[in-house]
Design a protein around this ligand. Structure first.
Ligand code: CA
Ligand code: CA
Length: 313
């Protein structure tokens, strides 16, 4: 049986101090219904500021309390399915984003989500008509996904070690995200779906959209948990560290160092060998440059670790 957390249960802050919306056991499948990052308030190109007073920025649905999850464990979140609403929205900003000086007011564009005839409602096969010349295929992803931090709550516009607004477009269907358990139950929340987003997210947004995400959650314990450098992602045969900091330089160093420590522990390598393997085989990629902290991921091939006997939990 699967559990659904409706989009009535949203917050603009990931915190241990709010009662969870639902409780599940390790191994359960849970559906998160999500609002878009504008709190579903921007519904018309004529009203780019939106129709809602007190709209929540980046509302995240949750939280989910996972029984048996204790501080020091890792929450394994398998992203089984992302279903999108029938339209997405993008909006310019005068204060954030690489191109903010181009704009004196906010402009919104609504894109209907179209289905190729054989899509059957699957995201694979969905696209937008950008204009009369260009169609663009969609690759849905989750912008905000995280657990509750141990200390003060963290707003859902900020990425950090608990996850949050990482805007890593690899966090999509079929990927497996590993997040830290900082407080009992982990308290998982997610929102800010993008139907599509390029690395960098340079304007300020992806194709922002509501929808629902089906995940299977389980708890990783012991040494297996101890060596996972969370937030950590497995996707397409590669594992990825995802780190956020004030500058891309810092975030890149953090993501590379976290991966190096993981390669050492998983493959039994010393600093020099792990460093050589990373210099040969890892890729450092910008996730986003427009949130309060910038996010970089470092990708490494999983089969290299498996050559040395490592198995992902
Ligand atoms: Ca975001
Ligand atoms: Ca977004």
């Amino acid at each position: 049986m699967s559990l659904t957390i409706t989009k009535d249960h949203v917050s603009g802050i990931l915190t241990k101090d709010a009662a969870p919306a639902a409780v599940c056991r390790g191994g359960d499948t849970v559906i998160f219904e999500t609002r878009d990052c504008y709190d579903d308030a921007v519904v018309s190109e004529e009203r780019p500021l939106g129709d809602k007073e007190n709209a929540i920025e980046n509302p995240a649905t949750g939280s989910l309390y996972v029984e048996g999850a204790e501080p020091g464990d890792v929450l394994k979140v398998e992203i089984l399915k992302i279903r999108l609403r029938e339209w997405g929205v993008m909006r310019s900003s005068t204060v954030c984003g690489v191109f903010r000086e181009d704009f004196t007011e906010r402009t919104a564009r609504i894109f209907p989500i179209r289905n190729s005839s054989d899509a059957g409602g699957d995201a694979a096969g969905q696209y937008i008509q950008f204009d009369d010349k260009l169609t663009i295929s969609l690759v849905p992803m989750i912008g905000v996904v995280g657990t509750a931090p141990a200390g003060d709550g963290i707003t859902t516009d900020t990425p950090a070690s608990h996850g949050g607004n990482m805007d890593c477009h690899k966090i999509g269907e079929g990927s497996v995200l590993y997040l830290p358990v900082n407080v009992a139950g982990g308290l998982l929340s997610m929102g800010d779906l993008h139907a599509l987003m390029g690395d960098g997210e340079v304007l300020i947004c992806g194709l922002e959209i509501g929808g629902e995400v089906t995940v299977r959650v389980s708890v990783v314990k012991g040494r297996q948990a101890g060596i996972l450098p969370t937030p950590f992602l497995s996707c397409g045969g590669r594992v990825m560290t995802i780190q956020s900091a004030k500058t891309l330089d810092e975030a890149g160093d953090m993501a590379a160092k976290a991966m190096k420590e993981f390669v050492k522990a998983a493959a039994g390598k010393d600093n020099f060998e792990a460093g050589m393997l990373m210099s040969l085989l890892s890729d450092m990629v910008v996730c986003q440059v427009v949130d309060p902290l910038k996010t970089v991921r470092v990708e490494f091939p999983l089969n290299v670790l498996e050559t040395y006997g490592y198995r992902l939990p």
